[in-house]
Design a protein around this ligand. Structure first.
Ligand code: HPA
Length: 237
């Protein structure tokens, strides 16, 4: 049973999925980290694959950028394909001086400058949080490997280019970094009673203007993938 955005049949997608923003990243992950990977989606070039990691069946699919895009794909993954564990793997920009490029960030919570939660008709402001189970496992995996990581709140912004810099006010609330998708992912997962987590490599510092070199980007990416895959595998039968 395909959707307008995903041609997969039910059963072709594993119960645990990694979600990079870039569909070519999804292909790279499938080709370099999964065994026997099969492509399940090509609609809008939003490539998705299912394969095996250490014998556990795991999927990976691009989400596109921003809350509307990951909102669509994750909603279908949860409600049409029965996915139970959704782990976003991405990059983010640091808004705290001590949070260095190359560090891993695990988003315990996500804030937004958008309106994604408006749909729920809540009489207040929704605080979007990660699955504690996935988060605790990811923290353990990163700690065991001595990867540099921070756990905290992030901003899922609707804006990449802004007329006025809004990051300083968010930084004063203790947020670690900015990305663009976790708030919607956490809302969809919480609403459906499934697990979600966002893990990021800090690709640039909005505070200092520093950015990762290509080699550093690869190292950070590989560390993030190890943490994400081990966490996904731990929650997969
Ligand atoms: N803003 C939003 N998303 C990002 C950034 C940023 O500065 N850096 C990496 N992902």
């Amino acid at each position: 049973m395909a959707t307008p955005h995903n041609q997969a049949e039910r059963g072709q997608i594993a119960e645990s999925i990694l979600l990079p923003g870039d569909p070519l990243r999804a292909r790279f992950i499938a080709e370099h980290f999964l065994e026997e990977a099969q492509c399940f989606n090509q609609v809008r070039n939003m490539l998705g694959y299912t394969g095996f990691y250490k014998g556990k069946r795991i999927s990976v699919m691009g989400t596109g950028m921003g809350c509307p895009s990951i909102g669509i794909y994750s909603h279908e993954l949860i409600h049409e394909y029965g996915v139970k564990n959704l782990i976003r793997v991405g990059s983010c920009g640091s808004i705290q001086e001590p949070v260095k490029v190359g560090d891993l960030i695990m988003a315990m919570g996500a804030c937004t400058d958008g309106n994604y939660a408006h749909q729920y008709g809540l009489p207040g402001t929704y605080s979007a949080t990660a699955s504690y189970e996935l988060l605790a496992r990811a923290v353990k995996e990163a700690g065991d490997r001595k990867f540099p990581y921070e756990v905290g709140n992030v901003l899922s912004s609707d804006l990449f280019y802004t007329e006025t810099p809004e990051w300083k006010q968010w930084a004063r609330m203790g947020l670690l970094s900015i990305e663009m998708e976790s708030y919607a992912l956490y809302c969809n997962a919480s609403r459906a009673g499934v697990r979600a987590l966002g893990i990021f490599t800090v690709s640039d510092s909005i505070v200092t203007g520093e950015a990762l070199s290509a080699a550093e980007r690869q190292t950070g990416f590989t560390s993030m993938m190890e943490v994400a895959l081990e966490t996904a595998a731990a929650f997969t039968d």
